[in-house]
Ligand binder design. Structure first.
Ligand code: FAD
Length: 114
């Protein structure tokens, strides 16, 4: 037997990982009604985030500059390739890492001082 539950909402978000949760919070702050649905069990809400280490990859931020910590996209990429043990032949991974370190400053500038 199946049952149907109606949930009034302005926005439906599929996926209760960190991306879905942050999106839901922003929409709720904006006064919208949000339905967040996830395929997993309620106690596992959060997707991969509960397993994450909390590391943040930031590149040459205003805070680093104020603290006189030298950084650059080239240095960040070199660190990433070494620490992440990326295979240089895996061009998708390397291209993604390169795009990330080069664009990170623009994104941080959009989001505020870090
Ligand atoms: C061991 C580990 C360590 C990590 N350490 C770091 C770290 O130090 N720093 C860092 O920045 N990141 C880290 N990460 C990565 C980070 O956790 C993920 O990038 C991030 O949590 C992804 O969030 P998300 O919301 O995009 O996706 P997910 O967390 O994958 O969430 C997707 C959600 O959507 C749901 N879903 C999928 N398909 C459907 C569907 N069809 N219908 C309904 N729901 C669906 C899933 O059940 C899940 O809850 C780590 C990850 C792991 C596993």
């Amino acid at each position: 037997m199946s049952s149907t539950k109606r949930i009034p909402a302005d926005v439906v978000i599929a996926g209760g990982g960190i991306a879905g949760i942050v999106t839901a919070l922003q929409l709720l702050r904006g006064g919208l009604r949000v339905a967040l649905i996830d395929r997993d069990t309620p106690e596992r809400l959060g997707g991969l985030a509960p397993w994450a280490f909390g590391g943040m990859a930031l590149v040459d931020t205003p805070l680093q500059r104020r603290k006189k910590i030298a950084d650059s996209p080239a240095r960040a990429l070199a660190d990433w390739l070494r620490f992440g043990e990326l295979d240089p032949a895996d061009h998708w991974s390397v291209d993604w890492a390169q795009a990330y370190v080069e664009r990170k400053r623009e994104v941080v500038a959009l989001c505020g001082d870090a």
